[in-house]
Design a protein around this ligand. Structure first.
Ligand SMILES: [Zn+2]
Ligand SMILES: [Zn+2]
Length: 279
């Protein structure tokens, strides 16, 4: 099967790119008016570098599209996977799909902090000391490839359809851009929002230089997983958090060539020995 122009998956795919552009523009404006971390100097070059990395990733990701389509089709026609063990009402199948995929994303992110090889790539995301909405798409190409390879195994095990995957990505992307943004919102609004989704306050803690904070708040969409698995953490004053990683202070790591080379040239510099066991 291949998607046609009337296929909802095509609209979801293109709609996601459009939504990302609108969100980035809106958050850029909000970050200019009420920033959490004021006084940023090089905002345009920062966003340009992050978007350049995202553009490289988008090209590579298109190569995985057919593999993702193949495994989800395979699981759908068997049917195969956890969600297909017993017949479920459509609504429950969808709810299960969103929750299980989000839970997997939580676990995969946590593994990225736990396994030295994965951290080498994931550290590029954390190296951003000037986090803003564009940091939500700043992932090393190697991390994205490894994530796609893992998904090829996990998606059929869950029994997810391609439409469910694309809907998940469509609804989670705005949240990811939002919680990476340098947009200051009232603490009351943040508190209410983070009962459901990840907020800038919550994710700023994850981007702290202090490792006990770096190794917390792993979830990327629904906040429930950090609460459930004991990795939820907050700081009283998020504006006082020092963002980034200590061993990425030099300017070369802020440039695209340096970011791409970093996993192969830098030591991980992350204490894996003292981490709490995975729950
Ligand atoms: Zn992380
Ligand atoms: Zn992040």
């Amino acid at each position: 099967m291949s998607p046609t122009e009337t296929d909802p998956t095509v609209w979801l795919h293109h709609g996601r790119s459009f939504l990302a552009a609108v969100m980035l523009a809106a958050l850029w404006t909000g970050e200019s008016v009420t920033p959490i971390f004021p006084g940023r100097q090089r905002r345009l070059s920062h966003i340009a570098t992050n978007l350049a990395l995202a553009a490289i990733n988008a090209v590579i990701a298109s190569g995985f599209a057919f593999a993702i389509l193949a495994v989800t089709e395979w699981a759908r026609t068997r049917p195969f996977g956890l969600l297909n063990l017993t017949p479920l009402p459509v609504g429950l199948h969808w709810l299960g799909a969103i929750l299980l995929l989000d839970c997997w994303q939580y676990g995969w992110h946590r593994l990225n902090h736990r396994v030295p090889l994965l951290w080498r790539f994931h550290a590029v995301h954390h190296s951003d000391a000037e986090m803003d909405a564009s940091s939500g798409v700043r992932f090393h190409t190697g991390e994205m490839v490894l994530s796609f390879l893992a998904r090829l195994a996990v998606l059929p095990l869950i029994g997810l359809t391609l439409t469910q995957l694309l809907v998940y990505e469509f609804v989670s992307l705005p949240v990811i851009l939002f919680h990476h943004s340098n947009l200051r919102i009232s603490s009351r609004v943040d508190r209410w929002l983070r009962w459901v989704i990840v907020t800038p306050w919550m994710h700023s803690v994850h981007h702290s230089r202090w490792q006990p904070e770096t190794d917390s708040n792993y979830t990327s969409f629904l906040s429930v997983w950090d609460r459930l698995f004991g990795s939820f953490r907050l700081r009283d004053k998020p504006a006082e958090i020092s963002l980034g990683l200590d061993n990425y202070k030099e300017s070369e790591w802020r440039q695209l060539p340096g970011m791409l080379a970093a996993p192969f040239t830098k030591s991980p510099s992350h204490d894996f020995a003292t981490q709490k066991p995975l729950q």
